[in-house]
Design a protein around this ligand. Structure first.
Ligand code: NAD
Length: 459
C-alpha cells in the first residue's frame, strides 16, 4: 500500500483469482512493479468457492462411500450419519491453510495488494475508492460467476454452487439443473452423502463437452449409483415454498425436491467495470482478445474465465504467467486450449486432453481409436472400479486425444497431456515402462495396443 499518487506501476491487475495472482507473482519475479486489486479475497473463486472447497467436499463424499462399501472388502464399516458442520470445517481448514500460504507468497513478492472494488477509468488508470492506480499495462482478470436461466432465480431452496458449498446439512432430495461439470460433481457428492439426486440436462447427454463414450459410461455408472439422469430435458420455470421446490419441465410432469442446484454455466464478471467506456471490445460480457491475450487497446490484456474458451483455473494460471512474461519482454508460447487437461472429479472421475473422436474426424478422415477397458487393469480391479482409456490417433500417427473414466483416473492426466502436448505416437509411448500394478498401466497398455502389441488386452 505504498504507492504515491504519481507512482506508475509496470502492471495493474484487476482481480486476484487464479489468473490475476499468477500474473502478479510472475510479473514480480521478473522484476516488474505490480498492483493487484481485489474486492473479495485473494485466491478468488477457485480457492474460496470453487476447485478447492468442492474437491474437499468430494473427498468427504469418497470417504463416505468407502465406509459404506467396507463390507465388500471384508472390513466391517458403515455410515451412521454425515456431520456437515464438520465437513464444512474440514473444507474450511483446507481453504484457510492455502489462503495463508498464498497471502505469504504475494506479500513476500513485494506486490501491492489493494483491497477494494476497481473501476477502469482509462487504459492506464484504475480507481479503487480514493486511490488512483496508474499502470503502464493493465490486466483484467475478474473471472466468472454462476449463471441462471430465465424463470429460475437463485435464492431460498434454489442454490448456485456458492450456496450449495455452504449447506450445513445434506438435503433429502436434490434436483440438479445442468449435467455439465458442476452438475455432475455436486450430484456425485450429494449422492455419496445420502441424498436422492436427479439431474436434468437439456442436451442429449451428460458432460456434453466430453467424448460421447465418456458420457455413456458416466450415465451408466451414475444410474448404478442411484442417480437419476434425465437428458433432453428442458426446465422452463421453478416455484418454491417453505418445504420444497418444484421444477417445471417442458413436455413432462413437474418434479419436486428439497433443493434445486442451478448449474447451467458461468458468465463473465465484467459488468460495471468500465471496460466498454474505455473502448475495450467485449461480446456478451466476455473480453475479446487475440491469441496473445491482448484486447483491442494497446497494453490492455485479459486473462482467465473472461476470455472465451475453457473456464478452468489452470488455464487462468497459464494465461496470467503468459501475459506477465509478455509484458516483461519475453517471448512465451501462447496458451492453446487444445492441450489444456480437463478433470471432472465426480465418481467415476473423468480426465481428458486434446480432441474428442468427433472433433478429430472433422478435419481428418483417417482417425483411428482404441479403448482399453479398466477390466484388464490390476489396480483398477483392486479398487473395484470400471471404466476405460480411449485414445484418438490422427492419420499421421500422433495421439491427438486421450479420454479416461474410472475411479482416480484424474491422476493419470499428467502423462496423457505430455503425450498429446508433445505430439507423441503410440510407438513413442509403447517402450516406456509403466509401473505394475498402477492405474497408470492402463494408459501404457492402451498405447501398446495401438502400437500393435497389446499385452493385457483382447485384440
Ligand atoms: P457447463 O457448461 O459445464 O454445463 C452446463 C450444462 O447445463 C450444459 O450441459 C447445458 O446444456 C445445461 N443447461 C443449460 N440450460 C439448461 C436448461 N434450461 N435445462 C437443462 N439443462 C440446461 O457449466 P457448469 O457445469 O455450470 O460449469 C461452469 C464452468 O466451470 C465450466 O466451464 C466448467 O468447466 C467449470 N468448472 C470446472 C470444474 C473442473 O474442472 N473440475 C469444476 C467446476 C466448474
Amino acid at each position: 500500500m505504498s504507492a504515491e499518487a504519481d507512482h506508475v506501476y509496470d502492471v495493474v491487475i484487476v482481480g486476484a483469482g487464479s489468473g490475476g495472482y499468477a500474473c502478479a507473482l510472475r510479473a514480480a519475479q521478473l522484476g516488474l512493479t505490480v498492483a493487484l486489486v481485489e474486492r473479495d479475497k485473494l485466491g478468488g473463486t477457485c480457492l474460496h468457492r470453487g476447485c478447492i472447497p468442492t474437491k474437499a467436499l468430494l473427498h468427504a463424499a469418497e470417504v463416505a462411500d468407502v465406509a459404506r462399501d467396507g463390507a465388500r472388502f471384508g472390513v466391517q464399516s458403515s455410515v451412521s450419519g454425515i456431520d456437515m458442520p464438520t465437513v464444512l470445517s474440514y473444507q474450511g481448514s483446507v481453504v484457510s491453510r492455502l489462503y495463508k500460504g498464498l497471502q505469504g507468497l504475494v506479500n513476500s513478492a513485494g506486490i501491492d495488494f489493494v483491497e477494494g472494488s476497481a473501476q477502469v477509468t482509462s487504459p492506464t488508470t484504475v480507481t479503487v475508492g480514493e486511490r488512483v492506480l496508474q499502470g503502464r499495462n493493465l490486466v483484467i482478470a475478474t473471472g466468472s460467476t454462476s449463471r441462471t436461466i430465465p424463470g429460475v432465480t437463485v435464492g431460498g431452496r434454489v442454490l448456485s454452487s456458492d450456496e450449495a458449498l455452504q449447506a450445513d446439512s445434506v438435503p433429502g432430495s436434490v434436483i440438479v439443473l445442468g449435467g455439465g461439470v458442476i452438475g455432475v460433481e455436486f450430484a456425485s457428492a450429494w449422492r455419496s452423502l445420502g441424498a436422492e439426486v436427479t439431474i436434468l440436462e437439456a442436451l442429449p447427454r451428460l458432460v456434453a463437452a466430453e467424448d460421447p463414450a465418456i458420457s455413456k459410461q458416466l450415465t451408466r455408472a451414475f444410474t448404478r449409483r442411484g442417480i437419476k439422469v434425465r437428458t433432453d430435458t428442458r426446465v422452463t420455470g421453478v416455484t418454491q415454498d417453505d418445504s420444497s421446490v418444484t421444477v417445471e419441465i417442458e413436455g413432462a410432469d413437474p418434479l419436486t425436491a428439497d433443493v434445486l442446484l442451478v448449474a447451467v454455466g458461468r458468465g463473465p464478471v465484467t459488468a460495471g467495470l468500465g471496460l466498454e467506456e474505455i473502448g475495450v471490445v467485449t461480446d456478451r460480457g466476455f473480453v475479446l482478445t487475440d491469441d496473445h491475450l491482448r484486447t483491442n487497446l494497446p497494453h490492455v490484456y485479459a486473462v482467465g474465465d473472461i476470455v472465451p474458451g475453457l473456464q478452468l483455473a489452470h488455464r487462468g494460471f497459464a494465461h496470467g504467467i503468459f501475459v506477465a512474461e509478455q509484458i516483461a519482454g519475453l517471448s512465451p508460447a501462447p496458451v492453446s486450449d487444445t492441450t489444456i487437461p480437463r478433470v471432472t472429479y465426480c465418481d467415476p472421475e473423468i480426465a481428458s486432453v486434446g480432441l474428442t473422436e468427433a472433433q478429430a474426424r472433422e478435419s481428418d478422415s483417417g482417425v483411428t481409436t482404441y479403448e482399453y477397458s479398466l477390466g484388464g487393469n490390476g489396480k483398477s480391479q483392486i479398487l473395484g472400479t470400471q471404466g476405460f482409456v480411449k485414445l484418438v490417433k490422427s492419420s499421421t500417427g500422433q495421439v491427438v486425444g486421450v479420454h479416461m473414466i474410472g475411479a482416480r483416473m484424474g491422476e493419470q492426466i499428467g502423462e496423457a497431456q505430455l503425450i498429446v502436448g508433445w505430439e507423441g505416437t503410440p510407438e513413442d509411448v509403447a517402450p516406456l515402462i509403466h509401473a505394475h500394478p498402477t492405474q497408470n498401466e492402463a494408459l501404457g497398455e492402451a498405447h501398446l495396443a495401438l502400437a500393435g502389441k497389446p499385452l493385457h488386452a483382447h485384440a
